[in-house]
Design a protein around this ligand. Structure first.
Ligand code: BGC
Length: 388
């Protein structure tokens, strides 16, 4: 084993032991991914062999190894956290980092990825804006033997993606659905309860997983009449929110409220796939609704939403600790570059249209008023002041 490879492994092990991992077992990587990873490792391993001083093993190993990190937007809090966690953890492991945000503009993201390829990045980590729009630029990455890790969102219709690291997106939805079932005691309560649904961006492969996870649990109650969706908008296409935009979710909910709830009918449940859409729904309710406040779900534990949770304006949010996902991806980068087996725990769920992409799924948890302090403050994710 070259010193470079050993050092990358050491760096990886250090990072993994410092930061909580996602748990789960290693599984063999897909065949398609291996050649690019191995070639990259071989190319990078050779020159550093003479240079790496043993006592500075970890940083020297990664020195000269550049990782491109493409994030969708700075507008949403979580991507800022993802980006800065990735950057600091990669730098700590000794890598050079090219971190870019694309203002939710697909063309900007494509150009940024082109620049990363031309700028000598050895691995690309990409949280796509539109999962379907990166096929062409990733052909170039593949031709240059640059492995690609899809970060949080799967990149579709390309065989250039080596791995996928995310939170279990279906489980995000089931946790939201189960929260509603438990809170209202749906199996025993008489009902009926009214519900409106706000889902995510159709261009984001995750959005349907969230929706399906929740709806697989809630649909039986809709079918038996215990939950009534007064707007009649139930199908994903009807309830989706382009770009996950707060304003879009808000104006749609304003319409729903004025058409269906202005006569004093109570709205009992707002199933919202994430916090940016939940915020839109909460804004609409604040201005247009006087009934009993509904249960509102969310995802990400954004500061504005946790504050609303503390104020009783949002019931729960799914907590996806971006430090954990970043740690997992840094580990995968190290494994790819060293030609080691890459740790994955799902080789079935995420087919991107060209085949199943070997994935690592971290486990999401729900946060509400009862456990947010322990999850968010005690863990150092936020300070108490952040939430004031
Ligand atoms: C992420 C969510 C996020 C949403 C909007 C999804 O792909 O998984 O955590 O709320 O995008 O940015």
């Amino acid at each position: 084993m070259s010193r470079k490879v050993l050092s990358v492994l050491l760096a990886t092990a250090m990072t993994a032991s410092i930061l909580a991992g996602c748990g789960g077992a290693a599984a063999p990587a897909a065949d398609t991914a291996a050649p690019a990873a191995e070639e990259a490792a071989t190319e990078e391993a050779a020159p550093a062999e003479e240079e790496a001083p043993a006592e500075e093993a970890a940083p020297a190993a990664a020195a000269g190894t550049k990782v491109g990190v493409a994030m969708p937007t700075k507008d949403l809090q979580r991507w800022n956290q993802d980006g800065s966690n990735m950057q600091s953890q990669l730098e700590e492991a000794g890598y050079e980092v090219d971190l870019q945000y694309a203002s939710n503009d697909v063309q900007t993201q494509v150009s940024q990825i082109e620049n990363m390829i031309n700028g000598g990045c050895n691995v690309l980590v990409i949280a796509s804006i539109d999962g379907e729009s990166l096929g062409t630029v990733l052909e170039t990455a593949k031709a240059a033997n640059i492995p690609v890790i899809a970060y949080d969102r799967l990149i579709m219709q390309t065989d250039a993606v080596s791995y996928y690291a995310t939170f279990d997106n279906y489980m995000v939805g089931t946790k939201q659905g189960q929260y509603i079932i438990d809170t209202l005691d749906l199996d025993n309560a008489e009902g009926p309860f009214t519900m409106e649904i706000t889902a995510g961006d159709p261009g984001d492969n995750n959005a349907k997983f969230f929706y399906n996870g929740a709806m697989d649990l809630l649909k039986p109650y809709i079918d038996e009449g215990k939950i009534e969706v007064k707007s009649g908008q139930v199908d994903f296409e009807k309830v989706a929110t382009a770009s996950w935009a707060t304003e879009t979710a808000q104006s749609r909910m304003e319409n729903i409220l004025s058409t269906n709830y202005a006569d004093g009918t109570n709205l009992d449940i707002c199933l919202c796939s994430n916090d940016s859409t939940a915020l839109g729904v909460e804004n609409a309710l604040a201005a247009n609704y006087t009934g009993e406040y509904p249960i509102i779900t969310g995802q990400d534990c954004d500061v504005a939403n946790v504050k609303n949770m503390i104020d009783g304006k949002q019931s729960m949010s799914i907590f996806k600790d971006t430090r954990t996902l970043a740690a997992q991806v840094v580990k995968m980068v190290g494994q790819i570059l060293s030609g080691e087996e890459v740790e994955v725990n799902d080789t079935e769920t995420y087919d991107n249209g060209k085949g199943v992409v070997p994935s690592y799924l971290c486990e999401p948890v729900f946060a509400d008023i009862n456990n947010y302090k322990e999850l968010l403050i005690d863990s150092g994710y936020y300070t108490e002041d952040d939430l004031k």
